[in-house]
Design a protein around this ligand. Structure first.
Ligand code: F6R
Length: 263
């Protein structure tokens, strides 16, 4: 696992966007796994900037989102469909037919989830999955106790997650209690994982995921089982990491080796 510690939120966003842009440049029809929430906002803003100013081309890119609230229509102001449209899809040249987000209004959840998994498989699999992390260490909406082998399914959100998400809704009673989410097993199938975290409120979750035991109580700890993970975290989010100096040292060495290779 690569742990890249940067100064602040803007640096997290720039680094994550440059990793995703690199993926698109080397494979123009890349399959991206995408996340919502506050953390990726800066990453999407930077990708939009790269599209507008540097010609980053999304015309062949395909995407699969991690999750969607169950019961919210795509045009609901707090749906993840709306979030993605407003923050990324509506601002770059991606084709509507190449975008996939779980359907929060599906009548047959089991069949829908099976089909979502099948669509990911048929696309050739996700090349890089962008991930945020919840304060309880969740990935997607895989709350503590989710099987580390879980697949796309309907999940009940914890009180903590409902409370965290209440800031986006006008009334706490409006926050959905259920979501359709890719499972931890689905996430681990991606070829690369890119976790981003910012702020002191994420420090405990970051520490538990990167340095704690692998446990279904902190589903992001499953990252430790994946062969190609990059965690980009800012100083406040990395505050509790015991091996922080070592991670920084590794990045310095990698930079030196890259610089020497360019000479
Ligand atoms: C959203 C998602 C969630 C968030 C997590 C952190 O698609 O998958 O796991 O990444 O709840 O949310 P923020 O970034 O708002 O702190």
């Amino acid at each position: 696992m690569r742990v890249v510690i940067v100064r602040n939120y803007d640096d997290v966003s720039r680094k994550a966007a440059s990793i995703i842009a690199g993926e698109i440049t080397s494979k123009p029809n890349a399959v991206l796994g995408l996340a919502t929430g506050s953390t990726p906002l800066g990453t999407y803003k930077e990708l939009v900037r790269m599209h507008r100013q540097e010609g980053l081309d999304f015309s062949r890119v395909r995407t699969f989102n991690l999750d969607e609230y169950y019961g919210l229509a795509p045009d609901h102001s707090q749906s993840y469909h709306r979030f993605m449209e407003e923050n990324l899809f509506g601002r770059v040249n991606i084709k509507k037919g190449n975008v996939h987000i779980p359907d929060g209004l599906t009548k047959d959840v089991t069949a829908f989830c099976r089909q979502y998994e099948e669509m990911i498989r048929q696309s050739g699999g996700i090349d890089i999955q962008l991930l945020g992390i919840g304060r309880d260490g969740h990935l997607g909406f895989n709350e503590p106790g989710s099987s580390l082998g879980s697949r796309t399914r309907l999940k009940t959100l914890t009180e903590e997650t409902v409370k965290d998400n209440a800031r986006f809704f006008s009334k706490a009673s409006e926050v959905p209690r259920l979501a359709i989410t890719m499972g931890v097993g689905t996430i681990l199938d991606a070829r690369k994982l890119l976790l981003i975290a910012s702020g002191g409120v994420k420090a405990e979750a970051v520490k538990a995921s990167i340095e704690g035991p692998v446990t279904s109580q902190v589903t992001a700890s499953a990252l430790q089982l994946h062969p190609h993970v990059i965690c980009v975290v800012d100083e406040p989010a990395s505050r509790l990491l015991l091996k922080k100096d070592y991670y920084k040292y590794v990045e310095k060495i990698a930079e030196t080796v890259e610089a020497e290779a360019r000479i």
